[in-house]
Ligand binder design. Structure first.
Ligand SMILES: [Zn+2]
Length: 251
């Protein structure tokens, strides 16, 4: 699941077609590819397959969702261990040297040139593609909702996370509150800014493409054990395909 050569060359993959729908789906952490010149980053394949390498299961959820909805999905194809596309350039956890206890030797002691090369090859093309999508829609006067898809590990530092999903929000919580309520009505345990809170510094994608542009937005986190297999991915995609239009209608 490392993406086609064309996708890894571009730094992103695009799925679905919007057919006039309002949703633009983005997956910052769906990818697992590593540029060939970085080898294996000095991290074993087993470690890279853990949650530190990517958002387990969110690729399947996003692609099924893009197929169920009229919506475009823009997916990052590189591992977050190469560079985290939900961090601003230069953020302390943009290119991590240790993640959840696992050292990433290839990220140690990088020169400014090496860091700039990762920005130019991976971070900037991905965000430029999202910007291009949003610009075109805004210019055409089309209603647009940015939906960021993520997944979270069921257990962190010994704490078993009770939430099935989480909705993260900060400056504009209108759509988040509607979606929280809709998900809770399904009988799910849904975190309100849990397991993470959306902030100006810990996130990049929603602050940049949603808040700064004043576009309605959602950041959705799904617990990884629910979407590890395709059946769970399809179940969550079907749920979101049903609830997103409902949330938008209530907005
Ligand atoms: Zn994520």
């Amino acid at each position: 699941m490392t993406g086609s050569n064309a996708e890894t060359a571009a730094g992103f993959a695009v799925y679905g077609s919007d057919q006039g729908g309002p949703f633009v789906l983005v997956s910052d952490h769906a990818g697992r590819a590593v540029p060939p010149e970085l080898g294996d980053l000095g991290v074993s394949a087993e470690e890279r397959a853990r949650h530190i390498g990517w958002d387990i299961g969110i690729d399947g959820v996003g692609r099924h969702l893009a197929a169920c909805l009229p919506a475009v999905l823009i997916e990052q194809v590189y591992s977050r261990l190469v560079i985290d596309c939900n961090r601003a350039p230069g953020h302390p956890t943009s290119i991590v040297t240790v993640s959840d206890g696992t050292p990433v030797p290839a990220n140690k002691g990088l020169t400014p040139e090496q860091i700039a090369a990762r920005h130019d090859a991976i971070l900037h093309p991905y965000h430029a593609r999202i910007t291009q999508e949003l610009d075109a829609r805004v210019q055409a006067g089309r209603p647009t909702v940015v939906v960021a898809l993520h997944s979270f590990t069921p257990e962190m530092r010994g704490f078993k996370r009770p939430w099935h999903a989480g909705i993260l929000h900060n400056h504009d919580s209108r759509l988040a509150h509607i979606m929280l309520e809709l998900l809770r009505r399904e009988g799910l345990t849904v975190g309100d800014n849990e397991p993470y809170a959306l902030t100006d510094t810990s996130d990049y994608t929603i602050p940049l493409h949603g808040e700064k542009r004043q576009l309605p937005h959602l950041e959705i986190e799904i617990r990884q054990d629910l979407i590890t297999e395709e059946a769970g991915q399809k179940e969550w995609a079907a749920r979101l395909a049903r609830l997103l239009p409902e949330a938008w209608a209530q907005f």
